[in-house]
Design a protein around this ligand. Sequence first.
Ligand code: FES
Length: 108
Amino acid sequence: MAFEYVADLKDLKAKQKLRVTVDNKPVLLTYYRDSVYAMSDRCPHMKASLFEGRFDEGIVTCKKHGAQVDVETGKIIQKAKLWIMKMPTKEAQTYVVKVEEDKIFVLL
Ligand code: FES
């Protein structure tokens, strides 16, 4: 497997998050504290798009059941909730990123 070009850094900086596809897999790119992060765009709870959720202060919140994921580590900050019940939620799959000459590359 090799790094694959996915986006220009200026576009990610402007939008703070982008949804790209690598090897037919949806990947969420985020820009936080001058760094680029990549993770699966499938929520670890029930696979909703994390891109469609809220991204704030390095945390993405799934719009479906509110799971919160740290974009730097993929760790769950808050489990998914159905009514008042917290649901088991695995960590998110993260990917290695490199930026060269303002181009973003991801390795799955
Ligand atoms: S699918 Fe994301 S919290 Fe349930």
